[in-house]
Design a protein around this ligand. Structure first.
Ligand code: SOE
Length: 387
């Protein structure tokens, strides 16, 4: 008989993210055995009963629902995990908070700052634990970058550079709307690459390098009309296919960000580089166990970029996995987020990024889109970002 406290999960949405989160819940007890809490997969919800039952069987959920309101109404569920398209995040989260449920919400928090603000107000009023799945922070090499920066090794930061490149929407035959392609539909997604991909880059950037003060952006929609799976007609495309922006950080450094779904050959290339007075860091999602580090203090004859294989037990999260030298993958970032959320329940401290932190990211995204449409610099309104 387990002496663990249970965190009873109700998962809403069974797409790609539903799978990454479910895998996280299932793997945590094996690899983080010291946590006080353990996840229990109580219910999963999606509109199609046959499909949701198959998902429940595959991932080990005890029961199914076909209406998200029924999940929120259940007394045997403590936490709602929102994995639906962005247009339903606010409605579900606000209802869940009112019902006193904890909330784990997929990124981006919402489509707009206005929606995100309402969600923040709802969780604050209810006093419920909350987090947003900006998972890349929890890749050990990225967490190590945070440790190195916070230790002061880089000195004054001058530059922050990030890219998130994909190529899956180049064909004009890719539809908008509906399962799988809702990210192409501005109503469902809120925006294109800005909310979907740059939001990741912005979250990591502000976590590593502090608040982004103002932005100047350009966006492009390369394919102007696409078949809409919801209306059955060819409709104008409202999302940004590509976005480039530069910015000032609060600490005086300059930022340069690029994201596109039209970079032929790149499937999910997230890279970041930070240049400081004494040292620089760079990281690449395609080689996620490595952190590259250049330290000007090294003796000149051996000075150069080091490639740190982040697999040692004294590096972030790695004491939980195999033995030094053996790498882990993308899915582990979600397992780490589940573990950190459970730990936060033990300690009573928020699991960052929480809704408030992700509202700040939303403000930057909105300023980026406003800047591009008005062809002018925009203040983000982000005062500080520490979590
Ligand atoms: C889009 O293709 C996507 O799946 C994003 O929605 C995820 O957040 C990103 O991590 C990978 O790409």
């Amino acid at each position: 008989m387990s002496t663990k406290k249970e965190l009873r999960i109700g998962l809403i949405g069974t797409g790609f993210m539903g799978r990454t989160h479910s895998n996280g819940y299932n793997r945590v007890p094996n690899f983080f055995p010291d946590l006080e809490y353990t996840p229990v997969l109580k219910a999963v919800c999606s509109r199609n009963a046959t499909k949701v039952q198959a998902f429940a069987d595959q991932w080990g959920y005890e029961s199914i629902e076909t209406d998200w309101k029924a999940v929120i109404a259940r007394d045997d569920i403590d936490a709602i995990d929102i994995c639906t398209p962005n247009d339903s995040h606010a409605e579900i989260a606000i209802a869940a908070a009112k019902a006193g449920k904890m909330i784990l919400c997929e990124k981006p928090l919402a489509r707009t700052v206005a929606e995100a603000q309402q969600m923040v107000d709802a969780v604050n009023e209810a006093g419920v634990a909350n987090t947003v799945w900006y998972n890349y922070r929890r890749i050990p090499a990225v967490s190590l970058a945070k440790q190195i920066i916070d230790s002061g090794k880089l000195g004054k930061i001058f530059h922050y550079r990030a890219n998130f490149l994909q190529d899956w929407t180049i064909s004009a035959d890719v539809p908008q709307g509906g399962a799988g392609t809702w990210r192409m539909d501005v109503e469902a997604a809120g925006s294109g690459v800005t909310g979907d991909l740059l939001a990741h880059c912005i979250d990591t950037a502000m976590w590593l390098n502090g608040a982004i003060k103002d932005v100047s952006a350009v966006t492009e929609t390369f394919v102007k009309e696409r078949f809409h799976q919801g209306t059955g007609k060819v409709e104008p495309v409202g999302i940004d296919d590509a976005c480039i922006f530069h910015c000032h950080f609060e600490n005086g450094s300059l930022g340069l960000f690029e994201s596109t779904r039209y970079a032929r050959g790149h499937k999910a290339l997230y890279t970041l580089e930070i240049n400081g007075e004494h040292a620089s860091i760079r990281w690449d999602l395609h080689d996620l166990n490595r952190l590259e580090y250049f330290d000007h203090a090294d003796e000149s004859i051996v000075r150069g970029w080091r490639s740190i294989h982040v697999t040692d037990g004294d590096q972030p999260y790695m004491d939980k996995w195999w033995v030094p030298g053996l790498g882990i993958g993308y899915e582990h970032s979600f397992i780490h987020q589940v573990a950190d959320f459970l730990k936060s329940l033990e300690t009573g401290t928020p699991c960052s990024p929480n809704f408030q932190d992700s509202l700040e990211t939303q403000k930057v995204c909105e300023a980026v889109l406003d800047s591009a449409s008005s062809r002018s610099w925009k203040d983000t309104g982000v005062e500080e970002f520490t979590q």
